[in-house]
Design a protein around this ligand. Structure first.
Ligand code: NOJ
Length: 557
C-alpha cells in the first residue's frame, strides 16, 4: 500500500447526477463539481470519492459501464475531468474514482460482441451457461429484486448469462486471464491519468463457485440467494491479490466488501491487505435482519448498536495495519438521521450532530455522503413512479409478488430506497434549490420537506455543516489529532444502556445519549471539547445528558 499518510484523510462522496447541474439539463455534471470545490474546501474534507462518471446507459446510474475509458456525455468530457483533477489538486484535494469491475453494462462492446458471435473471444469475458430442462442453469438469485440471476439470451436456445445485479449488468468472467489483463491495463491507465484512489465496487462478488450448482432454496419460489454462491467465495483472494499487485498498490483503495466476515479483515485490509481500508456493513445494516430479505426490518437498541460498532473497531485495531472506512450513509443507504434517530422530534440538527460525532470519533477514515453535512432526512414518496432507482422498482415488484399490498410495498421501499440519498443537492433557496437553473431534475426534488440548504448552513455558526467543520478541524489540526486519528478505541460500558460511549487514546471520550429521555451519569470530565447542545449539565458528582446529547470530552482520569 502507499504510505500510511492516508490515515488522516477525510472523505466526501459525490453522487454526480445529483450534486450540481451546471448546464441545466437535469443532471449534475463535472463542471458542477468543479464549481463546488470551494464549498468542499470550506468543509475541510481532503479526498473526494466520485460515484461512476463513465460512459453508461444509466440503468443503474453509472454502475453499468459501457466504456471504461470514456466519460458519460451527461457529465462532460475527459477534458472536464482533467480540469477537475487539476483544480482539485491545486486546492490540495485528492480524487477517488469508483471502480466497477464485477460487471459491465449489457451495452458494453465486449458484451455486444459476445452476443453477436458465440465463437467470439468475448464470449469468455462473461458467464454464459446452458439451461436445465427449460429452466435457468441454477436457482441463484440476483441482488436486485431477488429474481433469477440468469437472463435468457435472445435468439439462442436454452442459453443464459449471469447477472448478480440487474440484467443490464452482466457479470465479467474473472476466471479468464485475458479479461483480467484488459481490466488491469484500464485501471493503470486511470492511475496514470491522475486518480489518487479507487473505491472498488461489489468486490466480494468477483469469484463464482465454478460448479454452478443449485443450492437449497431459501424462499417459497425455489430460488436461492445468489450471495451464497457468488459473494465472498473461496478463491476470491487470488483475484484480489493479483489486482493489488498489478494496480491497486499504486493508489489508496477502499473495498466495498459486503458479506466479509470479521476473521477475513486481516487478509483484506491488514499490513499486506488487498485494500487500504474496507467498508464494514455490519452496523450500518443493523436495521435489516441479517441474511434475510431486504424488507425485513429489525428493531435494535443503542446497546446493540454500540456493541456492533465496537466489534468492528476492535477487530480492525487488533489486525496489524488494520484501518476502518467509517460511514453511516452512501448512495445505497437511507439517510442516517431517518434510520438511527428513532424519535422523529430529534431528527433535526441535534440528531444529525449526535450521529456525526458518533462516527467521526471512531478510529479510521470518516466518509461523508453528500447532504449528510446538512443533516438531510429521507424523502417519503407517495407514488412508485416518483422513484428513479432500478432496485427500488425491483423491490416494489418483488414485495407484491410475495403477497404484500402495494401500500405495504411502497412503505418498505420508502424506508430503504436508495433514492433517499439521491435527491438533488439543496444548495440554496432559489429555483430547484440551486441544483440547476430550472430544468426538471432527472429525479424528484425533495420539495415536501425543504429542510435546510447549504447556504443557510454556511451562514449559521451552529449548523450541522459547521459542526462537521469543527469535527474535521479536530482531526486535522488540533492538540487532539493524535488521539482522534491514531488512538486506540475502547468501548465504555459503565454508563446507562441508552448511552453509547467510547474512549480514544489516553484521554478522549465520547458519550452519546441515544434516547429521547435525559440520562444521568457520573462522567470523569476534565474538559468538554465538543457538544451538540449549548450546555452540559455537569457537576463533580453528576452529569445529565439531554435527549440525544453528544459530547466529546477530555477525561479527568
Ligand atoms: C454497489 C453500488 O454501491 C451500487 O450502487 C450498485 O448498484 C451495485 N454495487 C452494482 O454495481
Amino acid at each position: 500500500m502507499p504510505s500510511n499518510s492516508f490515515k488522516t484523510e477525510i472523505f466526501y462522496q459525490i453522487y454526480p447526477a445529483s450534486f450540481k447541474d451546471s448546464n441545466n439539463d437535469g443532471f449534475g455534471d463535472i463542471q458542477g463539481i468543479i464549481s463546488k470545490l470551494p464549498y468542499l474546501k470550506k468543509l475541510g474534507v481532503t479526498f473526494i470519492w466520485i460515484s461512476p462518471i463513465y460512459k453508461s446507459p444509466m440503468f443503474d446510474n453509472g454502475y453499468d459501464i459501457s466504456d471504461y475509458q470514456a466519460v458519460n456525455k451527461r457529465y462532460g468530457s475527459l477534458a472536464d475531468l482533467k480540469e477537475l483533477f487539476t483544480q482539485a489538486h491545486e486546492l490540495g484535494l485528492k480524487i477517488m474514482m469508483d471502480l466497477v469491475v464485477n460487471h459491465t453494462s449489457s451495452q458494453h462492446p465486449w458484451f455486444q460482441a459476445a452476443l453477436r458471435d458465440k465463437t467470439s473471444k468475448y464470449r469468455n469475458y462473461y458467464i454464459f451457461r446452458c439451461g436445465t430442462n427449460g429452466n435457468p442453469p441454477n436457482n441463484w438469485r440476483s441482488n436486485f429484486g431477488a429474481g433469477s440471476a440468469w437472463e435468457p439470451v435472445t435468439g439462442e436456445d436454452d442459453t443464459y448469462y449471469l447477472h448478480v445485479f440487474s440484467k443490464e449488468q452482466p457479470d465479467l468472467n474473472w476466471e479468464n486471464p485475458e479479461l483480467r489483463e484488459e481490466i488491469y491495463s484500464m485501471i493503470n491507465w486511470w492511475i496514470d491519468f491522475g486518480v489518487d484512489g479507487f473505491r472498488v465496487d461489489a468486490i466480494t462478488f468477483l469469484k463464482k463457485d465454478q460448479d454452478f450448482a443449485s443450492i437449497s432454496p431459501d424462499g417459497n419460489d425455489g430460488l436461492a440467494k445468489i450471495k451464497r454462491k457468488s459473494e465472498n467465495r473461496p478463491g476470491l483472494e487470488i483475484f484480489l491479490r493479483e489486482l493489488k499487485e498489478r494496480c491497486l498498490s499504486r493508489v489508496i483503495s477502499v473495498g466495498e466488501t459486503s458479506g466479509l466476515r470479521y476473521n477475513q479483515f486481516a487478509e483484506f485490509v491488514g499490513q499486506d491487505g488487498f485494500f487500504s481500508m474496507a467498508f464494514d456493513f455490519h452496523y450500518v445494516d443493523i436495521d435489516v435482519e441479517s441474511g434475510s430479505e431486504w424488507y425485513r426490518q429489525t428493531s435494535w437498541t443503542p446497546q446493540q448498536l454500540g456493541a456492533s460498532i465496537a466489534k468492528s473497531q476492535t477487530t480492525l485495531q487488533e489486525v496489524a495495519g488494520g484501518w476502518n472506512a467509517n460511514f453511516l450513509e452512501n448512495h445505497d443507504q437511507p439517510r442516517s438521521l431517518s434510520k438511527f434517530i428513532k424519535d422523529e422530534a430529534y431528527q433535526n440538527e441535534i440528531g444529525a450532530k449526535a450521529l456525526a460525532l458518533l462516527y467521526f470519533g471512531l478510529r479510521g477514515c470518516p466518509f461523508i455522503y453528500q447532504g449528510q453535512e446538512l443533516g438531510l432526512k429521507n424523502f417519503k414518496r407517495t407514488e412508485i413512479t416518483d422513484f428513479n432507482d432500478i432496485s427500488s422498482f425491483d423491490n416494489y415488484r418483488r414485495a407484491q409478488e410475495e403477497g404484500f399490498t402495494p401500500a405495504e410495498a411502497l412503505n418498505f421501499v420508502n424506508k430503504r430506497s436508495r433514492d433517499n440519498g439521491r435527491v438533488p443537492f439543496q444548495w440554496n433557496n432559489t429555483t430547484n434549490f440551486g441544483f440547476n437553473a430550472g430544468h426538471e431534475p432527472y429525479i424528484k426534488l425533495n420539495n415536501t420537506c425543504p429542510s435546510t440548504t447549504a447556504s443557510e448552513e454556511l451562514a449559521n455558526s451552529n449548523s450541522v455543516f459547521n459542526f462537521y467543520r469543527k469535527l474535521i478541524e479536530l482531526r486535522k489540526n488540533s492538540p487532539y489529532q493524535t488521539d482522534l486519528v491514531y488512538g486506540d478505541f475502547q468501548l465504555l460500558t459503565d454508563v446507562d444502556t441508552n448511552v453509547i460511549a467510547y474512549q480514544r487514546g489516553k484521554k478522549l471520550a465520547i458519550y452519546i445519549n441515544f434516547s429521547n429521555k435525559p440520562v444521568e451519569a457520573q462522567l470523569p470530565i476534565a474538559k468538554v471539547i465538543l457538544n451538540n447542545y449549548p450546555e452540559l449539565d455537569n457537576t463533580d458528582q453528576n452529569t445529565i445528558l439531554q435527549p440525544y446529547q453528544a459530547i466529546l470530552v477530555e477525561r479527568s482520569l
